[in-house]
Design a binder for this molecule. Structure first.
Ligand code: TXA
Ligand code: MG
Length: 346
């Protein structure tokens, strides 16, 4: 499969590959036509930039204008791993990759299949999550195949993704290092590594803007207006069914009664609570883990499983805001970020 995948990439085509976080849609990051194809199959607005995947620091340096000591420190400590670093782009990077903006995100994925593909191809690959724009990210090859045909996308199967939520995105192109998307690499760890404050680590607010409100950019359209804060689109990672977060079980009863007026299908409830009960015909329970690492790993497959039954509503029991360590708290925060986007009004 790997030689076929490399052939597909050399022909300017699209290959889905597993990473430790989620599956990505790979294409040659040096070819504007290949990158445009990714935007087209994904249905992504052309002003939302793509992460460039690399084998390591040497390849990363080929796509950025400067590689500061701070970037080296982060890469030494975390790569290969779930951290994307935003820096000013090198001249040769097609503007399609950066959504028309001046910066590029780079990341070295921690997955043997992703690394084998990058080495065999011998160049940088763009890699947005391998889902249709705005939908739930894929954590298995089967998830990818639900959204794309084999003609559109050749999928390399590397099993289930261990981390389960997308990489932390940190910008070093701003005056202070700034987290643009929370992930399992948290603000405390990043601040420790950099020896300075990191912005955007606490209480990340979702932007109220959505993709269409930002500009009229449509998939593959050129001359896009760059987004002010890419990665901060409110409605994202979303199931098809309306999704609502709740704090107390009393709310479930009310929601379920309302939903009965519109559908005879049971509501789906995701809960990490030990005392949560299945509601028979009224609601079906999907048990979620108490541990943040495990919760993140199964979050997207749980949302997909919930959606697959075509329920009138998906209710998600709000998980804890904090864990026992800063590392656990970082993961809960990243989970909350994804859940609030899944539940954002569309
Ligand atoms: O874990 C991941 O990062 C996965 C795997 C496949 O590597 N990829 C991923 O890509 O999540 P995507 O395209 O679905 O999300 C990339 C995020 C978007 O929110 C985008 O706006 C932001 O990173 N981003 C990409 N390039 C950027 C840039 N130059 N400046 C600011 N944000 C950027
Ligand atoms: Mg994505």
């Amino acid at each position: 499969m790997l030689p076929q995948a490399v052939d597909r990439l050399r022909a300017g085509g699209v290959v889905a590959f597993p990473t430790e976080t989620v599956y990505g849609l790979g294409a040659d990051a040096r070819r504007a036509d290949a990158v445009r194809r990714v935007f087209a199959v994904k249905g992504r607005p052309s002003n939302n930039p793509l992460i460039v995947h690399v084998t390591g620091v040497e390849m990363a340096r080929s796509v950025v204008a400067q590689w500061p000591p701070a970037a080296q420190r982060l890469a030494d400590a975390v790569w290969p791993g779930p951290l994307s670093i935003v820096l000013p782009r090198a001249e040769g990077v097609p503007s399609e990759v950066t959504g028309g903006g001046p910066n590029v995100a780079v990341r070295c994925p921690d997955h043997p299949v992703a690394l084998a593909l990058l080495y065999a191809f011998g160049g940088p690959l763009v890699g947005p999550s391998a889902n249709k724009s705005g939908r739930v990210s894929p954590t298995s090859a089967a998830h990818v195949r639900e959204h794309f045909t084999h003609d559109e996308v050749l999928t390399l199967d590397g099993g289930e993704c261990a981390t389960g939520i997308e990489s932390t995105v940190i910008s070093l192109a701003t005056s202070e290092p700034t987290i643009l998307r929370p992930g399992v690499i948290g603000p405390e760890q990043l601040a420790d590594l950099l020896g300075m404050r990191v912005k955007g680590g606490d209480a990340l607010k979702s932007s109220t803007a959505d993709a269409s409100a930002h500009s009229g950019a449509s998939p593959g359209e050129s001359n896009a207006t760059p987004l002010d804060a890419p990665g901060m689109l409110a409605s994202h990672y979303a199931p098809v069914a309306r999704t609502v977060l709740f704090d107390h079980w009393d709310e479930v009863i009310e929601f379920v009664e309302d939903a009965r007026d519109t559908s005879s299908e049971p509501v789906i409830v995701l809960s990490h609570s030990v005392s949560a009960e299945d509601g028979g015909d009224a609601w079906h329970l999907i048990d979620m883990p108490h541990d943040p690492v495990q919760y993140a790993a199964c979050l997207y497959s749980a949302l997909r499983a919930a959606d697959a039954t075509n329920p009138p509503l998906i209710l998600v029991h709000s998980p804890p805001q904090a864990g026992e360590t800063p590392a656990e708290t970082a993961i809960w925060r990243a989970i909350h970020d994804r859940l609030s986007r899944a539940a954002a009004a569309r």
